[in-house]
Design a binder for this molecule. Structure first.
Ligand code: GLN
Length: 497
């Protein structure tokens, strides 16, 4: 393995800018690494080797010409396959979009390219981002580099596994109910969900539009902040995009690395501690993490968020409802797959054959559930009720942030589980997002940072902050990371093909 694949994105960017290495060399090192380990990991659905080297050469040319590029210029990145890319197929992990080539780049992809980042390829995911293990990908699962018999989390398991296995120093994920943070936690990487609207959703294939948010997947908190600054900011192509400057996240991460949290108030959610089902090893690692925050000077207090226990059921009405509407666009006419169009069948029949073949079981389950929850006669009892719970969860956050600056919680109730252990009963899979869903309902930023091991597998600690206070969560997360030497993300065991 090249020494280059062990470096952080920040280090790589600096080395490229200083002429110590080139973007092409760094890109080739990561492509070689993908060749070596991806047969065992299966993080990628598409690797764009040639175009990546060409992009890297262009960055080297711009640097040689004296152009001033950003701190991540020349650094390779992997992008979750739910984000559209003009020069690469985009499947969202579904057969219904197999071989579909989007006609445009998502805003965040355009921003990556403008900042000189090199897109290596597209990463595996649960179909349409519905799942917590990447086992619902129509293209086969991704393996956790810590133990290839276990899941890498989901839905963005490909992005997290690629970063953990050093196939890419950076990746992009999307988080509707935890899909950046939960894979981060179980692969020992950093996953950050920015404030809803902080990163443009233009070009993100919609699952649940009021919850979907793209963000960074990295091995260090500073790398996440650097990437956040590249992709964040207002976009007039997304009507829910926030028209305000990106919070000073890089500055906050650097401040956090000094290891001083004097004056920072951290709330631990009482109802989470009381919830059943968290593994003792996860609870122990989380508690040790909280103790570390105290040692760094933070004031830790218990806070009550009484409605958090209803967040999971509310999410599983709101997200399927929105998905039943969003996925109506996959009709066999406009995009991708079309089945049975032999001239003998009516449009509706072609549509139904296409959806039957193109969508997997979890996606069908959600569409049916959501259609039911939105139907006349049931709307008030299900969707309407869930929206009321969403308001109550938001009020819990608002009340908590009057007492504390950030909230801390475990990211997940359990470590990476073995393949197949939670697919028989969907509700067992849904539990993986018990702790991540509240901040999606609220819209605030949240980050998962490694905080230790349980039974030899990574555990994540989650920091949640008020909307637009993304900088606060980076500061606290970086402070925690500063106490770890070596960092957990630098200890991923070697994967053998
Ligand atoms: N696991 C959750 C779900 O299945 C969250 C997915 C996500 O964040 N995209 O809906």
């Amino acid at each position: 393995m090249s020494e280059l694949t062990g470096r952080t994105a920040e280090e790589l960017g600096a080395a490229i800018a200083a002429g110590e290495t080139s973007a092409v060399e760094v890109t080739r090192a990561h492509l070689d690494r993908i060749d070596a380990v991806d047969p065992a990991v299966h993080a990628f659905l598409h690797v764009a080797g040639e175009s990546a080297v060409a992009q890297a050469a262009e960055v080297d040319r711009r640097i040689a010409a004296g152009e001033k590029l950003g701190p991540l210029a020349g650094v390779p990145i992997a992008v979750k396959d739910i984000i559209v890319t003009q020069d690469m197929p985009t499947t969202a992990g579904s057969k219904i979009l197999e071989n579909w080539l989007p006609p445009y780049d998502a805003t965040l992809v355009r921003k990556l390219r403008e900042a000189g980042l090199v897109v290596l390829g597209k990463t595996n995911m649960d179909e349409f981002a519905m799942g917590s293990s990447t086992e619902y990908s129509a293209y086969g699962p991704t393996c956790n580099p810590w133990d290839t018999g276990r899941i890498p989390g989901g839905s963005g398991g490909g992005s997290a596994a690629a970063v953990a296995a050093r196939e890419a120093p950076l990746a992009i994920g999307t988080d509707t109910g935890g899909s950046i943070r939960q894979p981060g936690a179980v692969t020992g990487t950093v996953g950050a969900k920015p404030t809803y609207g902080g990163v443009s959703r233009y070009g993100l294939i919609a699952f649940s539009s009021s919850l979907d948010q793209a963000g960074p997947v990295t091995r260090t908190v500073t790398d996440a902040a650097l990437l956040h600054e590249v992709i964040g900011g207002h976009d007039r192509c997304d009507s829910t995009s926030i028209d305000a400057p990106v919070p000073p996240v890089v500055e906050a991460a650097r401040r956090g690395l000094t290891g001083d949290l004097t004056g920072v108030r951290v709330g631990v959610v009482r109802e989470f501690a009381a919830a059943q089902g968290a593994e003792p090893g996860v609870v122990a690692a989380f508690e040790a993490g909280v103790q570390t925050l105290t040692k760094l000077g933070a004031e830790v207090v218990e806070v009550s968020c009484p409605h958090f226990e209803y967040a999971l059921p509310a999410y599983y009405l709101i997200a399927p409802s929105e998905c039943s509407s969003n996925l109506a666009r996959f009709d066999g006419v406009r995009y991708g797959l079309r089945v049975g169009d032999d001239g003998s069948r009516a449009l509706e029949e072609v549509m139904s054959l296409t959806r039957d073949r193109g969508f997997g079981p979890e996606v069908k389950r959600r569409i049916i559930l959501g259609t039911y929850a939105l139907s006349a006669g049931y709307y008030d009892a299900f969707y309407g009720q869930a929206q009321k719970v969403r308001t109550l969860v938001t009020r819990d956050f608002t009340a908590a942030f009057e007492q504390v600056d950030v909230l801390a919680a475990p990211t997940t109730p359990f470590v990476a589980f073995p393949f197949g252990s939670r697919t028989a009963d969907p509700t067992q899979m849904y539990l993986a997002d018990l702790y991540t869903i509240p901040s999606n309902l609220y819209g605030g930023p949240a980050i998962s940072v490694p905080c230790g091991l349980s039974e030899g597998l990574p555990v994540g600690l989650q920091i949640m902050a008020p909307t637009m206070a993304d900088d606060r969560m980076y500061r606290v997360a970086a402070a925690l990371e500063s106490t770890q030497s070596p960092r957990l993300a630098d200890q991923t065991p070697e994967v053998t093909a």
